[in-house]
Structures are given as C-alpha cells and as structure tokens.
Design a protein around this ligand. Structure first.
Ligand code: DGT
Ligand code: CA
Ligand code: CA
Ligand code: ZN
Length: 594
C-alpha cells in the first residue's frame, strides 16, 4: 500500500499543503494553524528519524513544534494513509494548485486564483498549461495582474523548469561567500554606513534559501540604485523606495532592505528572523502594548501609538524587557521564554575551541577512503595560526582489503614514529595520535587490538552498508563505540545535506551509552555534513551528552571551516561545558584516556 512509503519529505509536503489550504480558506482566521503546520513541516523535514518510527516508539512529541492535534493527525496519516481533518481542509481546493507552489514567487493565493480562473484541473500538466496561457497573453488583463506580473510568471516557470525551484537550498559556506561579495560591493557606495547579511545566514542555518542584506543609510535611493546595478545580476525582481530584490546569474535571489541609522536596530531584528521568532515576539509585545516593525517600536499610551526609534538590537530587546538573544537560536523553540526568565544559555564560541581532532594529513597509509592533501607539518603550522593548543591526526585506517593485519600494523607503527619525531621537533602545539576507524557492518572495528594499541584513541564512523534498519544500525554503532579505544563517533547521522538523509539510528540509546561510558559525539563542520544536525545537538545537550567540534579537514583551508561547526553547536544551545575540545590539553587527554 502506498502510505507505507510515507517518507518524512512526503509528510512535510502534505503539512505544507495543509498550511497553504488554510491560507486560501482564511489567512487571518487560521493564522495559528498556518504557522503550526509550517513549523511541524520544518521539524519533520529536518528530523533524521522516520516519523513512522517515532510514532511506533511513542516519541513523536520529542520533535519540536508537534502539538497534540498535529500529533494525532500524523498518527492517523501513517496508520491509514489519510486524515479526516485534512480531507475537510482540502475540500474545494483543487489538487492542481499544489505543483504551482513549488515555483518561486507563487504563493497559495495567486496559485488558487490562476487555477480557478483558467479551470486548470490536472496536477500533471498545470505548470505547462499555465506557461502557455501566460505566453498567449491571457494573464495580463486579469484583475490585479498586468503585463509585469505576466512576464514574471513566465520567467518564474522558466526558472523552475531550469531547476531553480524553491526547494534547492545552498550550503551555508557557499551562501556566505556569495553574500560577502555583495556586502563588499555594497560597501563601495559612499552612502552605505553599515552592511550586514541577515535572515537565515545570520542565524547560521545549515542551508540557505535566499540571501538577505540590510544597509544602514541616509540615502536609500542611491543604495537601491547601486544594488540593482550589481554586475552579476540576471534581472531585477522588484525595486521599491526602501527595498529591492534581484536574481543573480546563479539563479539565487538577494533581498535588500535599507533603513536610516537611527532605526537600524529594528531592521536588524526584523530581517534576521526567523519568521516564527518574530511572530511570537510580536504577540508577546502586543500584550505589553508595544507594536513592532522594521521601522521601530510603537508604544500605546492613552490610546495613542508613540513611535520610538531603535538604534541597536540590544536596545530593541531591552525595550521589550528581554535580554538580547543570539541570532542562532531565534527559532521560537523556547528562547523568548528563556530570555524573559533570564535563563538564556551562554553559547559556546569560536575562541573557546582549543583543538581540532579530525584532521586528514597526506601521510601515506594507503586507506580505502580519501587521503589528505597536506603534510602533518603544514597542518600543524595552520593549527598554530588558528591559536590551537592541540591537534589530533585521524586519517582513515589503511585499506583492510588490500593489506594483511601485519602490514596494517607496520604502516601505523611507521606513522607513530613520524608523530613521535614531530612531537620532539615541533613544540608550539601538542599532537594526539588518533585514527578514523570504520565500524564494519558486523559492528567490529576494521583494525585489530594489537594495532589499536599503537594509538592514543580513535574516532569511529560508518562509511559502508548504510541501509540497515534502525535497530541493527544502532547495535552496530554501539558495538563499535564500546571498544575502549573508541572515544568519538564521527559524523554520527551520516547525512549529506540536500542529497542523502542520515541512516536510521536510535539516538536515545546512543545518548545513554555515551553518557554512561564517557564517549563523545562529533559535530562535523564539513559544509555538506554539518552532522550532528542542530536539532540533535539540542537533544544531546538536554541529555548531558558531551560533543567535540571537528572539521574533518583534508586540506589546509578547510581547517577554517570550524566556525560552521561551532554555529551548529550554538544552534543546538550548546555551551562551553558541552564541548570537550574547549578543554585545555591536559584535561582533554585525561578524558581521552578515561
Ligand atoms: P531562507 O531564506 O529560507 O533560508 O530563510 P530566511 O529566514 O532567511 O527567510 P526569508 O528570506 O524569507 O526572510 C528573511 C527574514 O525576514 C525572516 O527570517 C524574518 C523576516 N520575515 C520574512 N517574512 C516575514 C513575515 O511574514 N513576518 C515576519 N514577522 N517576519 C518576516
Ligand atoms: Ca533568506
Ligand atoms: Ca528573503
Ligand atoms: Zn569519515
């Protein structure tokens, strides 16, 4: 039966469609439902555990944003393949509307209007039918449309067909690079006082939809003119007096908002988001008789709204009686309550990191996976520049199929000699002799005890046979981790952003085991991994499980990516005490040999 194949992606899509249907029915009346369904969809999309498994184990409510009513609908959906309540929500909403929602620029209302107007009923052909209709010049004379929106619809459909859909999101470091170019460009204008990337970029979300930039200026007109003349733009999407949007030749959208310096704090806050954080904040503010916008804060005094200009973000939050909230946790998952109660976490920061323990040098140990590109000496020099106190070399183990156990022992003995020689010649940084060891499908480590004896400790990880059921995979990982030398589980979910979901693992069991046996989970900063995901970091923190933040570098420049690992940890509310490589060398080694 079809519903047995209900993936998280599919479920998230159904919930997004429910939110869209509510929007069409009555956006004001159903505003709480709309937000609730969108939030639940996000949580499910980002969950590394299948919803059907969470239901089986009665753990659905461990996902953030799943309240009792959505929970019971999800149970019904997974059990029966349909939901009575959804049938009511979708009543009178043509199925052909939903494919249009995948196209950039199409909201539920526009899509609904168009499928009704042209009587488009077939979800399979709706996109191409609409394209033809637009090209036949039939949309321009509809009420509320016009030549401009007709052209926009044609371009949007063409972009969509060229793969520039809403669904493809950029890896964070890539988007940061794009945004930096724009920031540098905008700063060449004499009218730009301050320029910052905001939105999901400032919140350091693992993947970025579009780029948002805020400029503080006394002359918005000039800034907008300068912005829309960006040499790498493909076209202008929208140009107003204070805001504008362009499409880059890469197909990526950039939104710009300007504000005068006196009110820049309000814009910073508004445009950083998240939307859920802002919506909640606005409700809280209304109770206190404040009204919030990107222009400032208004206070109701004797039935009259008085506007207050807000220069900085600190001032913004302070005016509402709140402590300033770090952007990484502005997702409406308890941060407003924590701020009110003066219980915000003191998040771990980049400068707390004292070492990187997942470094692949080019030492020739003939692994079956990839070798690094730089010598140990080069990587140590870089680590010293980064201000580290220690570093752990952890190349992949020598290929098991190409060597005998004795040969592997010999290779690692040579490597140990090399490391000892480096230790006696390089004194400005401490070196730890680690290795990244495969956990085989039977749960054994890929190298034997005698060879493991040559090493200070090892990182263990899964690089093969990903398609195991949850129970078997969990057993396999715990078996690998139970070796006394195994201290860190590297890239624990195995996910690859936008391409491969993580393998199925019972993190409840992993947490218990790590806590009891002094093992740590890695937060891997590799741009398409960022693994653990922030949501699981948060659960690890709540369960008092320790983590380490590593880069998994195979080249010198990749060692700088540590900041993205730190941001994932911050998004998971991790403090310094949760991250072991914030410890001084002596303390870290003490933990390693526990
Ligand atoms: P993205 O682009 O999908 O990675 O995610 P964001 O968070 O950058 O979202 P985006 O670009 O749509 O909007 C940027 C910020 O603008 C968002 O984080 C908060 C603010 N914002 C956008 N739409 C709304 C809204 O409807 N209400 C409120 N209060 N704020 C909004
Ligand atoms: Ca954005
Ligand atoms: Ca945006
Ligand atoms: Zn690995």
């Amino acid at each position: 039966m079809l519903f047995l194949k209900m993936t998280n992606h599919k479920i998230a899509q159904i919930l997004r469609n429910v939110a869209a249907a509510y929007t069409i029915k009555n956006q004001t009346k159903f505003r709480f439902q709309i937000i609730a369904y969108q939030k639940a969809a996000d949580a499910i999309e980002n969950s590394t555990t299948e919803i059907k498994d969470l239901i089986k184990e009665g753990k659905l409510e461990t996902l953030p944003g799943i309240g009792p009513s959505i929970k019971s609908h999800l149970e019904e959906l997974v059990k029966t393949g349909k939901v009575k309540h959804f049938a009511w929500v979708f009543k009178d909403i043509p199925e052909s509307l939903f494919p249009l929602l995948e196209i950039p620029g199409f909201g539920p209302k526009t899509a609904y209007r168009l499928v009704r107007e042209f009587n488009l009923k077939d979800p399979e052909t709706v996109v191409s039918s609409l394209e033809n209709i637009a090209k036949q010049d039939k949309i321009a004379n509809l009420d509320g449309f016009g030549d401009k929106s007709q052209t926009e619809i044609i371009t949007a459909i063409e972009d969509y067909k060229a793969g520039k859909g809403k669904t493809s999101r950029m890896p964070l470091p890539f988007a940061s690079g794009l945004a930096q170019k724009l920031v540098d460009y905008l700063k060449t204008s004499r009218d730009a006082i301050e320029v910052y990337p905001l939105g999901s970029l400032r919140r350091m979300v693992s993947t970025i939809g579009d780029i948002d930039i805020a400029v503080s200026t006394k002359n918005p007109r000039e800034i907008i003119k300068h912005f829309v003349s960006y040499p790498y733009k493909e076209r202008i999407i929208e140009q107003g007096k204070e805001t504008a949007s362009i499409l880059l030749s890469s197909g990526r959208q950039v939104d710009l908002m300007t504000q005068t310096p006196g009110s820049f704090g309000s814009l910073l806050q508004h445009f950083t988001g998240s939307k859920n954080h802002n919506v909640h904040l606005r409700e809280y503010a209304l109770q206190k008789k404040f009204s919030l916008s990107e222009h400032g804060i208004k206070k109701k005094v004797k039935n009259e709204w008085k506007k207050q200009d807000i220069k900085t973000e600190e001032e913004f939050y302070k005016t509402l009686g709140l402590d300033w909230i770090p952007p990484e946790i502005r997702e409406d998952t308890g941060e407003i309550e924590a701020s009110l109660a003066k219980k915000l976490p003191v998040l771990v920061k980049l400068t707390d990191i004292k070492g990187d323990l997942h470094i692949h040098s080019n030492f020739p140990l003939e692994p079956s996976h990839d070798l690094g590109n730089n010598t140990m000496e080069e990587m140590l020099k870089k680590a010293h520049q980064l201000g580290y106190e220690y570093i752990g070399f952890s190349e992949h183990n020598p290929s098991v199929s190409k060597h005998t156990e004795d040969q592997i022992y010999t290779i690692l003995q040579k490597r140990k000699e090399k490391i000892e020689q480096i230790k006696s010649s390089i004194k400005n940084i401490r070196v730890i002799n680690l290795l990244e060891v495969d956990i085989l499908s039977n749960g054994n480590l890929s190298i034997d005890n005698k060879t493991l004896g040559l090493l200070d400790a090892v990182l263990v990880s899964i690089h093969s046979a990903f398609n195991m059921n949850r129970q078997t995979m969990t057993k396999r990982i715990l078996s690998g981790l139970s070796h006394p030398k195994a201290k860190i589980l590297a890239h624990p979910t195995g996910r690859l952003l936008e391409s491969r979901p993580g393998y199925e693992v019972d993190f409840g069991k992993i947490f218990d085991f790590c806590k009891k046996n002094n093992k740590a989970l890695e937060v891997n900063a590799w741009p398409t991994r960022l693994d653990l995901p922030d949501i699981i970091v948060r659960e690890a923190v709540n369960n008092d499980v320790k983590m380490v933040i590593n880069t998994d570098s195979h080249s010198l420049w990749q060692m700088d990516l540590i900041k993205y690992g730190v941001s994932v940890a911050r998004r998971g509310w991790a403090e310094k005490k949760d991250i072991l490589n914030t410890l001084a060398y002596e303390d870290f080694i003490k933990w390693l040999s526990k």
